[in-house]
Write a protein that binds this ligand. Sequence first.
Ligand SMILES: Cc1cc2nc3c(=O)[nH]c(=O)nc-3n(C[C@H](O)[C@H](O)[C@H](O)COP(=O)(O)O)c2cc1C
Length: 165
Amino acid sequence: MKKTIIIYGSTTGNAASAAQTIAEKLNGAEIKEVSSATKDDLTAYDNIILGSSTWGDGELQDDWFGFLPSVKSADLSKKTVAVFAVGDQFSYSDTYVNAMGSLYEAAKSAGAKIIGSTSTEGYSFNSSTAVIDGKFVGLALDYDNQAEMSEDRISAWVAQISPEL
Ligand SMILES: Cc1cc2nc3c(=O)[nH]c(=O)nc-3n(C[C@H](O)[C@H](O)[C@H](O)COP(=O)(O)O)c2cc1C
């Protein structure tokens, strides 16, 4: 069984850049755009990291819509999943990183063990479906307003999830 795959959707490159940085810090994770992901990618790996930017009114990045049904209908009961999303907390304060909430729900309904929740400290927004019990369900990034914080946030998150992968 292979170890870790990162599957992401990105329109202007920010979520792609995050995925790349996560892969580098994880030392050897496979990385794939969601537009070319297949059901086999979900079965062939122990650990699956799902990422997206947030568009429209808190929606997943467009390329995700073709693959989300595959995630929902997969049996991920023996998999460990972590989620991340990119958004703009100031311009889209009511739907900040809602894409991460959608990825979380999909992985949860597929039975995955989900790791990697993080504090909302240092962010400023009204509401987000990615916040459960006061914490983000995964890693939240904001390249529009806090780009300089992304690297440290990714480092801390990778250090947090690594022991569980
Ligand atoms: C039309 C439009 C709608 C957006 N909607 C949201 C949103 O609902 N929530 C959010 O957090 N960010 C939203 N964003 C911000 C993007 O997610 C953000 O710019 C992100 O960095 C883009 O990442 P990408 O380059 O990987 O696609 C929106 C941006 C645009 C241009």
